[in-house]
Ligand binder design. Structure first.
Ligand code: ELE
Length: 209
């Protein structure tokens, strides 16, 4: 399978659903309902014991879904994500060690940043695409607007505290290619298998931009 670029990842969908999956059996129906709603990608956070199995399950049962791994905190997580079949990896932050090593990885790695210095460290190492985390708490739309002046080459997927009503103002910014969030498929709705609620939020998200 050809390697995606970070730019390709950011252009898959205006909204990247960030999910916490407790039971890998929920992965296939979740991927199916997102695909049917027009969402082609999903970020499975490596926060649960079931996460890697959930990624494997999606790769096997819903191959049209482009699955990424979130909460990739170190090289061990990155290797595990690649082994499970993730097509990209994201982190809430990034250590210099992880950013340096991940440049040669088989999948694109998207570091998390919250300040100008963190963005500049990433740019120095050749990264241009970043997760802005936690977006709302770190200044939201106004902060990203301010970063665009001095750092126009940095592109962002803001994530953290974003909801359906807040997403459009992020997506209108020139340095934002997509937004991430758990509001499309929150953990309680996945657990309850409330696919109808997830479908309705996903359809609304797919139509944004
Ligand atoms: O686990 C990670 O890799 C993260 O970076 C954290 C998630 O992106 C946020 O937890 C998004 O969640 P909401 O704020 O509920 O939309």
């Amino acid at each position: 399978m050809s390697k995606l670029a970070a730019d390709d990842v950011f252009k898959l969908s205006p909204v990247m659903p960030v999910v916490v999956i407790d039971d890998a059996a929920q992965a296939e129906p979740l991927a199916r309902v997102l695909l049917a709603s027009g969402i082609r990608t999903i970020e499975v956070t490596l926060r649960t014991d079931a996460a890697l199995d959930a990624i494997r399950e999606i790769v096997k049962t819903a191959p049209e879904m482009i699955v990424g791994a979130g909460t990739v905190l170190n090289l061990t997580d990155l290797e595990a994500a690649i082994e499970a079949g993730a097509r990209y990896a994201l982190s809430p932050g990034a250590t210099p060690k992880l950013m340096k090593a991940a440049r040669n990885a088989k999948i694109p790695f998207i570091p998390g940043v919250a300040t100008s210095s963190e963005i500049m460290r990433g740019l120095d190492l050749g990264y241009t695409h970043f997760k802005f985390f936690p977006a709302e708490q770190m200044g939201g739309v106004a902060a990203l607007k301010a970063q665009h002046g001095p750092l126009p080459n940095a592109k962002f997927c803001p994530t953290g505290g974003i909801s359906a009503d807040k997403a459009p103002s992020y997506l209108a910014l020139p340095n934002v290619l997509c937004v991430g969030g758990s509001w499309i498929a929150p953990a309680d709705k996945i657990k309850a298998q409330d696919w109808a609620a997830i479908e309705s939020a996903a359809k609304q998200a797919a139509a944004m931009r």
